[in-house]
Design a protein around this ligand. Structure first.
Ligand SMILES: Nc1ncnc2c1ncn2[C@@H]1O[C@H](COP(=O)(O)OP(=O)(O)O)[C@@H](O)[C@H]1O
Ligand SMILES: [Mg+2]
Length: 1002
C-alpha cells in the first residue's frame, strides 16, 4: 500500500481501496486510465485485478521476476509476480497451504496468468538438477494439456475446455518438488460437434498439419483437415492466428518431457487418428431401415479390433433379457449417435489417462511439503446458443464466486473480530440463491435433470423443461418462455430456459441436455474397446465403470460432486485471489469486484499494523521522532493526535490502526512527503557539519604531532650542542691545566687558541715602526716557554729580530696557503654549515687520490691541481657510483677508473650548492645550454670543505658556492627538474624518496 500511496498521482490509483468513491464509474475510470498506459494490474487490497492487454507487454522478463522476489507485496506496482511471491513467502513462513484463485470471463487471460505464475516459480524457487526436471515437467504439462484440452472458441483462440486445479508442491526449503493436477469436466461434445467459428481440440489439427509423412501414412491420415467431418463443422479448420505445425513440435517435445514413452505416444496418436476416422464412418440403411456400416479398414486396424465386432458394436445394441442376449439393430441416426458416443468416450478417457500420466511423472513421494494451488477453470460463458456445457461451466463459476465472496467476507470479518473493531454490515449480492437453484438436492435443476434421465418412459429434453417450469415456477432467477412476462417472452424460444446468474443472464437451449447428461455408451461398444490392441484404449475402457450393473452417475452430478470436493480443498487453504478482465465493460460488476471493494471498504479503507504505521509516519510528530520508546499503539495514538485525526476518522484495533477515508491517509502521506524533504535537508546539513568537524579534529591532531616531533628534533639538537660544548670546554680546561707540559693532544688546541688570541691582539697592537721594540705586546707565558723551551726566547718574542719579522710576515702579510685556504673556508661556511666546526682542525692536503695512469694520460695537457674521491648520484634513479673528481685549471673531471665520465668546464659551472646540515652532499649546477652537458651533478664528498675551498680558489668560483636551507633544486636534463631534500635522522642515509627526490639524511 505504501507503494500505491506514493505512486497514486502517476497513473490512476494502484489500489482501488484508496479510491475516494466506491462507485462503479470511479472504478471503471481508474481501470481505464491505467489500462490506457498499459498498466494492466491493479489491487483491491490483496486481490489483484488484471485486464487482458491482448498484446505482448514487456513486464514478464527475468528482470521483472528478480524485482519482485521477496519484496513486500505493497512496495512495488501491482503485478501477478507480487501475488505469486506473496503466496510463496507466506506459505514458507506459516508452513501452510495456499491457493491462487483465478476467475474471469472466457478469454480474460486466466490461463495465461496461471502460466505466468508457474513460470515465476520455475525461475524464482531454489532448485537442483533433480528438481529442474520436476520443474520442466510442470511447465511442459501445459502444452500437452492445452493441445488435448483447449480449442478455439468465439471468445478465445486458446480457450480451456476443461477445468484445471494444479497443486505445486514445495518442500520446507521452498523448492518445488512435485505437482498434481485435478481436471474437471472436459467439454467432450466438441469432439463430434463444433459451432460455427469454433474448432475441435487443437491436437487434431496439429497432427494433420504437423505430423510427419511417415506418421500420417502409418495412421492412414491425409494432410488435409477438410477431409475429416469432425474438423470441418465450424468451418475454420485453418486460422491465421494459430500455427498448428509449430505447436505440433512443441507438443511432441513436451510429451517426452512428461515421460510418455514412444509406444504410448504412438498409441495416443492412434487414438487421435481413430477419432478422425470414426467421424468419417458412414452408415447406409438396408431395406428394413437398419444401419449398415461402410468399410473402414484403417479404423479397424488402429483400434485393433476385428471388422465384424466393430460393425456389430456400431450398428446393434446388445440387450440383456434375463439370461439371453439379444442384438437389436440401430437406425442410421442411432448408429451415428453410437459412433459419436464412442468418439467422445474414447477422447474423454484418453484425456483423463493423460492427466494421470502427467501426475505420475510429477509425483513427489519423498519430502514434507506444503502446496500452492492454482485454479484455472473455464470462465463464465455466454454464446448465441448455450447448451449443457455452458450450463455446467457457468454453474462452476457461480460456485467459485460464492466461495470467493465467502472467503472475502470471512477474512474481512475475521480481521475485524481479531482487532476488536465493530463489524459494520455491507450490502452485497450473495449468489447462494443461484447456486441453490442449480444444485440443491431433490429440488435443484441438476436433480430434476437426473430424474428425467433415469425415469422410465419417454423422457425428452422438453419434458425436462416442463418439469423445471413446474418446480421452479416462481424462482426469481429462473425464467422460461411460458413463465415470462410478455416483454421477456419475446427474447425466449419455447425450448429455452434462462438463468439470472450473478454475472448476467444466460439463456440455455434444452436440446441435448438429457443425452449429454446421460453420456451413454452402449455396453457392447465398451466391451469391444476392452479388447482393443491399443493399450491406452484397453486401459481406459476397462477402468471406466468397474461396477457394470450399476448405472453410472450422470455427468452433471459427477461434476457437482467434483466441484464440492474442490470447494472443500480450497476452503482448507488460504487464498490469493486474482481476477481478470476481458473487456472493460460492465464485467466489473459481473466479477463481483464492486462487492469485493465494498466489503473491503465497508468500514475502513486502510489498515496498518501499529509498528508499520509508526515506522513510516513517526517523523511527523516531535514526540515520536526519532524514536518512540513506548508501546507502538501509544505512539500511534500520540502521533495521530498531533496530526489532528477526528475521532470518527479512525479506530484503534488490537494490533492495527484502521483509517476510514483515503483522504485522511492521503493528507498524512502528503505531510510525510514534505517532511521527508525537510528531514533530508536537515540530515544533509548535520552530516556536512559532522564531516567538517572531523576534518578539523584531524588537522589539529596532525599539528600537535608535528609540533611534538619538531620539539623532539630541536631538543635533540640542543642536547648534541651542549654535549659538544661540554666536550670543548672540558678540553679547553684540560688544555689550560696542562698548558705548561709538553705539547700533547690534550693541550695542543688550547695552545693554538692562546696563540691565535695573542696574534689577533698583536695584529691590532703592532708597533708603529719596525724598530720599535718596546711596544711589542708580550706573549702569554705558555707561548714563550713552550715555543723555545728557554728564557732566551722570551726576548726573542719581545724583540723584532729575524724571528719576529718572519712571524709577522708569515701570519699577517703573507699567511701560509694552508691558513689562507682555511680562512676562505671559514668565510664560506662558518655559521652556515653544521659540519664546519669539526672540519676546522683538519688540515687540507694537496690531493687525496692516485689517479689511474690512463686517465692521467687523457688529461695530460692540463695541470692537475687537486683530486678527491666522491660518490656520484646518477640522474636516473640517483644510483650511487664511486668516482674520482679531479680539478684542473679549466675543468672538473669525473673519472671512473681509467675513463673520463664527465668534464665540467668551469665556464659552465653556474652554481655550487650544499646543505646547511652535516652531510657531505654537493650539487654542481651546470648551464644546460651546453648540449654536451648532462645536467646537474650530485655528489657526496667526505672532504667537502677542502674540496669546495680548492674548487672555489682554482676555478674562482667562491661567489657561486651557496649553503642552502631546505631542498636543492636540480636539473636532471634540460627542462626536467628534481630536487635533493635534506633532513636529520638517527643515522645518515641517502635514498630516492617516493616523491622522486633524492633524500639525504644526516
Ligand atoms: N497478460 C497477457 N499478456 C498478453 N496477452 C494476454 C495476456 N493474458 C491473456 N492474453 C491473451 O489473451 C488470450 C486469452 O487468454 P487466456 O488466458 O487463454 O484466457 P482464459 O483462460 O481466461 O480464457 C491469450 O491467448 C493471449 O493471447
Ligand atoms: Mg483458459
Amino acid at each position: 500500500m505504501e507503494g500505491a500511496l506514493t505512486a497514486r498521482d502517476r497513473v490512476g490509483i494502484q489500489d482501488f481501496v484508496l479510491l475516494d468513491e466506491t462507485t462503479e464509474a470511479a472504478f471503471l475510470s481508474n481501470l481505464n486510465k491505467r489500462f490506457s498506459k498499459d498498466l494492466i494490474y491493479t489491487y483491491i487490497g490483496t486481490l489483484l485485478v488484471s485486464v487482458n492487454p491482448y498484446k505482448e507487454l514487456d513486464v514478464y522478463n527475468n528482470k521483472q521476476m528478480d524485482l519482485y522476489m521477496g519484496v513486500n507485496f505493497f512496495e512495488l506496482p501491482p503485478h501477478i509476480y507480487a501475488l505469486a511471491d506473496n503466496a510463496y513467502h507466506t506459505m514458507l513462513a506459516e508452513f501452510n497451504n495456499h491457493f491462487i484463485l483465478i476467475s474471469g470471463e472466457s478469454g480474460a487471460g486466466k490461463t495465461e496468468a496461471s502460466k505466468k505464475i508457474l513460470q515465476y516459480y520455475a525461475v524464482s524457487c531454489p532448485s537442483t538438477a533433480l528438481l529442474n526436471t520436476v520443474r520442466d515437467k510442470m511447465l511442459m504439462s501445459n502444452p500437452v494439456l492445452e493441445a488435448f484440452g483447449n480449442a478455439k472458441t468465439l471468445k478465445n483462440d486458446n480457450s480451456s475446455r476443461f477445468g484445471k486445479y494444479m497443486d505445486i508442491q514445495f518442500d520446507s526449503e521452498g523448492e518445488a518438488v512435485g505437482g498434481h493436477i485435478l481436471n474437471y469436466l472436459l467439454e467432450k461434445s466438441r469432439v463430434v460437434h463444433q459451432n460455427h467459428g469454433e474448432r475441435n481440440f487443437h491436437i487434431f489439427y496439429q497432427l494433420v498439419q504437423g505430423g510427419e509423412e511417415d506418421l500420417l501414412h502409418q495412421l492412414g491420415l491425409e494432410r488435409d483437415c477438410q477431409h475429416y467431418n469432425y474438423l470441418t463443422q465450424g468451418e475454420c479448420a485453418i486460422v491465421a492466428s494459430i500455427n498448428d505445425k509449430d505447436e505440433w513440435k512443441t507438443v511432441k517435445n513436451a510429451l517426452q518431457v512428461v515421460n510418455i514413452d514412444e509406444i504410448n505416444t504412438n498409441h495416443l496418436f492412434g487414438i487421435v487418428a481413430s477419432v478422425l476416422h470414426l467421424g468419417n464412418v458412414q452408415f447406409d440403411s438396408d431395406s428394413k431401415g437398419h444401419a449398415l456400416m461402410n468399410n473402414n479398414p484403417e479404423l479397424r486396424w488402429l483400434l485393433g479390433v476385428d471388422a465384424h465386432t466393430l460393425q456389430e458394436g456400431l450398428t446393434y445394441r446388445k440387450i440383456e433379457a434375463q439370461k439371453d442376449q439379444v442384438l437389436s439393430p440401430f437406425t442410421i441416426d442411432h448408429a451415428i449417435y453410437a459412433r459419436d458416443a464412442l468418439a467422445k468416450a474414447m477422447y474423454g478417457q484418453t484425456f483423463t489417462w493423460l492427466v494421470n500420466r502427467i501426475n505420475e511423472s510429477m509425483e513427489n513421494k519423498v519430502r514434507r511439503r506444503t502446496v500452492i494451488g492454482l485454479l484455472d477453470i473455464y470462465g463464465f460463458e455466454v454464446f448465441y446458443v448455450n447448451s449443457f456445457e455452458q450450463f455446467c461451466i457457468n454453474y462452476c463459476n457461480e460456485k467459485l464466486q460464492q466461495l470467493f465472496i465467502q472467503l472475502t467476507l470471512k477474512s474481512e470479518q475475521e480481521e475485524y473480530e481479531a482487532e476488536d473493531i465493530e463489524w459494520e454490515p455491507v450490502q452485497f449480492f450473495n449468489n447462494k440463491i443461484i447456486c441453490d437453484l442449480v444444485e440443491e438436492k431433490h429440488r435443484g435443476i441438476i436433480s430434476i435433470l437426473d430424474e428425467e434421465c433415469l425415469r422410465p418412459g419417454d423422457a425428452t429434453d422438453l419434458t425436462f423443461l416442463e418439469r423445471l417450469e413446474d418446480k421452479m415456477g416462481n424462482h426469481p432467477h429462473f425464467v422460461t418462455h411460458k413463465l415470462a412476462d410478455k416483454m421477456t417472452r419475446k427474447t425466449l424460444e419455447r425450448g429455452d430456459f434462462r438463468l439470472l446468474h450473478y454475472a448476467g443472464e444466460v439463456t440455455y437451449c434444452v436440446v441435448g441436455f438429457l443425452d449429454k447428461n446421460n453420456d451413454l455408451l452402449y455396453r457392447n461398444i465398451k466391451d469391444l474397446m476392452c479388447q482393443s490392441k491399443n493399450a491406452i484404449v484397453r486401459e481406459c475402457f476397462s477402468t471406466m465403470d468397474p461396477d457394470n450393473r450399476r448405472r453410472p452417475e450422470t455427468v452433471a452430478t459427477q461434476f457437482k460432486s467434483s466441484l464440492l470436493k474442490l470447494t472443500e480443498i480450497l476452503m482448507a487453504k488460504e487464498r490469493f485471489p486474482y481476477q481478470d478482465e476481458a473487456l472493460i465493460r460492465h464485467q466489473v460488476k459481473y466479477l463481483g469486484l464492486m462487492e469485493h471493494l465494498r466489503v473491503r471498504r465497508a468500514g475502513f479503507a486502510y489498515r496498518r499494523k501499529y509498528e508499520d504505521f509508526l515506522k513510516r509516519y513517526k517523523p511527523l510528530c516531535p514526540a515520536t521522532w526519532p524514536h518512540w520508546r513506548g508501546v507502538p499503539a501509544d505512539g500511534v495514538e500520540v502521533l495521530i493526535q498531533h496530526l489532528g485525526y477526528l475521532p470518527n476518522e479512525y479506530k484503534m484495533g488490537r494490533t492495527k490502526i484502521f483509517i476510514r477515508h483515503p483522504r485522511t491517509l492521503y493528507a498524512t502521506e502528503d505531510a510525510y512527503e514534505r517532511c521527508k524533504h525537510e528531514l533530508a535537508t536537515r540530515l544533509q546539513a548535520k552530516y556536512k557539519g559532522y564531516k567538517a568537524k572531523g576534518e578539523f579534529r584531524k588537522q589539529k591532531e596532525a599539528a600537535t604531532k608535528i609540533e611534538t616531533c619538531w620539539r623532539g628534533v630541536q631538543a635533540r639538537k640542543e642536547r648534541e650542542k651542549r654535549a659538544w660544548a661540554v666536550k670543548v670546554i672540558k678540553q679547553f680546561i684540560k688544555g689550560y691545566m696542562t698548558r705548561g707540559q709538553a705539547k700533547i693532544t690534550d693541550n695542543s688546541e688550547y695552545l693554538a687558541f692562546v696563540r691565535q688570541n695573542y696574534l689577533n691582539r698583536l695584529k691590532d697592537n703592532l708597533p708603529k715602526t719596525v724598530l720599535d721594540k718596546t711596544t711589542w705586546l708580550s706573549p702569554p707565558s705558555v707561548l714563550t716557554e713552550k715555543s723555545t723551551g728557554n728564557s732566551h726566547n722570551k726576548t726573542c718574542c719581545m724583540r723584532p729580530d729575524r724571528h719576529v719579522v718572519f712571524l709577522y710576515r708569515s701570519i699577517f702579510l703573507a699567511p701560509s696557503p694552508q691558513l689562507q685556504m682555511k680562512l676562505i673556508t671559514s668565510s664560506l661556511f662558518k655559521g652556515k654549515k653544521d659540519s664546519y666546526p669539526q672540519s676546522v682542525a683538519q688540515p687540507f692536503v694537496d690531493s687525496r687520490i692516485n689517479i689511474n695512469p690512463r686517465a692521467l694520460q687523457m688529461i695530460r695537457n692540463e695541470h692537475i691541481k687537486y683530486g678527491v674521491p666522491v660518490v656520484k648520484y646518477n640522474r636516473n634513479g640517483f644510483k650511487p657510483r664511486p668516482r674520482q673528481l679531479i680539478l684542473t685549471q679549466a675543468a672538473a673531471y669525473v673519472i671512473d677508473e681509467a675513463k673520463i665520465k664527465q668534464r665540467v668546464l668551469y665556464a659552465f659551472l653556474k652554481g655550487i650548492s650544499v646543505s646547511n646540515l652535516t652531510d657531505g652532499m654537493v650539487v654542481f649546477h651546470i648551464t644546460c645550454e651546453d648540449p654536451k652537458q648532462k645536467g646537474d651533478l650530485v655528489m657526496q664528498c667526505d672532504h667537502l670543505f677542502e674540496f669546495l675551498t680548492k674548487l672555489g680558489v682554482i676555478a674562482n668560483k667562491q661567489n657561486v658556492i651557496k649553503v642552502v636551507q631546505g631542498s636543492i633544486k636540480i636539473e636532471i636534463q634540460a627542462g626536467k627538474e628534481s630536487a635533493v631534500d635534506f633532513g636529520t635522522g638517527q643515522e645518515p642515509m641517502v635514498y630516492k624518496a617516493k616523491n622522486g627526490h633524492l633524500m639525504v639524511v644526516s
